[in-house]
Design a protein around this ligand. Structure first.
Ligand code: FES
Length: 125
């Protein structure tokens, strides 16, 4: 299996790239096997992810997966976003080559870490 058009489109023109200066949750994820690294920023209001962005050092699949993670999470409640798993990201991308499935793992992990970080920062939320 090769990269499909959806993956290539998000790789070439990814959505939600960058830093949210007034984010209230930051999460990181990485793949120790290849050294790739993802940082996710979330801006939560009223228990909803109003804004989300990412920075990544990684392969084509990592960039597309990270962007898809932000697309899936935007507008979700925190509980809904916590349920986003790597297979949801892969499905939303229309599939990834088998040897690139692992690249989607850090998206789900970074999202979870960003939400946990939000809870830590806003323990009265
Ligand atoms: Fe490292 Fe894709 S090869 S995340």
């Amino acid at each position: 299996m090769w990269y499909n058009m959806k993956v290539m489109e998000l790789f070439l023109d990814p959505e939600n790239v960058g830093v949210i200066e007034n984010s209230n949750g930051i999460g990181e994820g990485g793949d120790p096997h290849c050294g790739d690294h993802l940082k996710l920023y979330i801006k939560v209001e009223d228990n909803i992810i109003k804004d989300i962005s990412f920075q990544v050092i990684g392969c084509c699949a990592a960039i597309a997966s990270s962007s898809m993670t932000t697309i899936l999470a935007k507008g979700k409640t925190l509980d809904e976003a916590l349920k986003i798993k790597e297979n949801d990201i892969v499905d939303a991308l229309g599939g990834l080559p088998e040897e690139k499935i692992h690249c989607s793992v850090m998206g789900a992990a970074a999202l979870k870490n960003a939400i946990l970080n939000y809870y830590e920062n806003n323990s009265d939320a």
